[in-house]
Design a protein around this ligand. Structure first.
Ligand SMILES: C[S@@+](CC[C@H](N)C(=O)[O-])C[C@H]1O[C@@H](n2cnc3c(N)ncnc32)[C@H](O)[C@@H]1O
Length: 178
């Protein structure tokens, strides 16, 4: 087998693996753009309670790295189930002491010690996760979402980004579960 053929097959295997996980998770590993990441960081309120920061579905690690840089005093935990993006995010986090990148499903995380949770997911994963977020996140903790609203909760703040396709950023302040 020639080197070129081996590279082509490896590339196809990687693309296939990404495609399979995109279908399984209803979400491609599409990174938040620079403006969205900066907008989410700007939405971090000064009065966060004690606790950890979580990035749900961190993809290649772009947003998780920005969160870890913005909050060097906090431990940031990022989780990703798609193997290749997880590996890249894990390697990118090596120099960042306050960021750990875990391979696994968001559903398996215990978010009860969260101060802030950030995500850029999609309509189906957001619907699946909304009960978990509402019941598990402590009162006064903050949920930031790029592009997708949480059903039945009113955001504390919304920012529309004038990117080519209008994107809305949401900030929710969690209350006692009813
Ligand atoms: C649109 S990308 C966002 C990547 C990154 N958060 C960012 O903003 O740059 C969503 C990521 O969430 C991951 N994901 C979706 N559902 C998941 C789940 N239930 N558990 C773990 N990862 C999940 C996908 O594999 C994908 O990489």
């Amino acid at each position: 087998m020639t080197t070129a053929l081996a590279i082509l097959l490896a590339g196809l295997a990687c693309a296939g693996l990404i495609a399979v996980y995109t279908v399984l998770l209803d979400s491609p590993p599409l990174p938040s753009g620079g403006a969205a990441r900066a907008g989410l960081v700007a939405l971090i309120p000064p009065d966060l309670p004690d606790g950890q920061v979580y990035e749900l579905g961190c993809g290649w690690g772009d947003l998780a790295l920005d969160l870890a840089k913005a909050m060097p005093e906090r431990r940031v935990v990022a989780v990703e189930a798609s193997p290749l993006p997880w590996l890249v995010a894990k390697l990118r986090a090596l120099g960042r002491k306050n960021l750990s990148v875990r391979w696994g499903r968001i559903e398996a995380l215990d978010l009860s010690d969260a101060a802030l949770v950030a995500a850029y997911l999609g309509p189906k994963p957001m619907t699946r996760l909304s009960d978990k977020l509402r019941t598990e996140l402590p009162p006064q903790s903050v949920f930031l979402s790029n592009g997708f609203a949480l059903a039945d909760l009113t955001p504390e703040r919304m920012v529309n980004l004038p990117t080519p396709v209008t994107t809305t950023l949401y900030r929710y302040r969690m209350r006692e579960a009813a």
